[in-house]
Design a protein around this ligand. Structure first.
Ligand code: G3P
Length: 197
């Protein structure tokens, strides 16, 4: 039980580092929560016009999910603990204690976590995201499609535990994207690289 708590808390703390907020502050761009959609994720960092910073946010937010999973594997060599570490990191990103539990939408952290926990599933999700983004040029829609398909990918390409993790993350990603879903339905969701909303 102690190991379980350690893994969950460790994963959560790692996931709760808001890289988008930290990087934009360090770059002197102000508070990312006052810009664009107000989200702390890479898509919104891109709206500052700083592409390298958006890429760094994507990689670091994804990386922290992957690191949480790999650390759990490496330390305890138990797949179920790795799944829990990934889920905890994802929760940490969405609900960081440092920001009054108002965190991100979890997409990058989800992708990084899935790549580390079951790389074929992670790759399938990334490919889905990229495909929808290439066609539609809408980040949130790409994320929703990728997350929505993730549990099915995991069921076919991995196992039930990983499918449950994917399902858990997918449900939360949909909940966190509620404003985006409303904008998508209203046809007002901004496109990647498009004009300011
Ligand atoms: O990763 C979050 C993305 O799906 C949507 O971000 O800033 O457009 O709400 P945003």
């Amino acid at each position: 039980v102690l190991t379980l708590i350690l893994v969950a808390v460790g994963g959560y703390l790692l996931g709760s580092i808001p890289f988008g907020l930290v990087l934009t502050r360090l770059a002197g761009l102000g508070d990312i929560r006052q810009i664009g959609s107000g989200n702390i994720g890479a898509t919104n960092v891109l709206r500052t016009g700083n592409r390298p910073l958006a890429l760094a946010t994507l990689l670091l937010d994804g990386g922290k999910g992957a690191v949480a999973v790999l650390l759990a594997y490496w330390l305890f060599d138990a797949p179920i603990l790795a799944v829990i570490a990934g889920g905890a990191a994802f929760l940490g990103h969405c609900f960081p204690v440092w920001l009054g539990f108002k965190g991100g939408k979890g997409v990058a952290t989800f992708l990084g976590t899935m790549i580390a926990i079951a790389w074929p599933v992670g790759l399938a999700c990334c490919a889905t995201w990229a495909l929808v983004a290439a066609v539609m040029r809408i980040s949130s829609l790409s994320a929703l499609v990728a997350a929505g398909l993730a549990p099915a990918y995991a069921l076919f390409l991995a196992d039930t535990d990983r499918a449950l993790l994917a399902l858990f993350c997918a449900v939360l990603i949909f909940i966190r994207h509620r404003p985006n879903i409303e904008r998508l339905l209203a046809g007002t969701e901004p496109r990647i690289g498009g004009k300011k909303e």
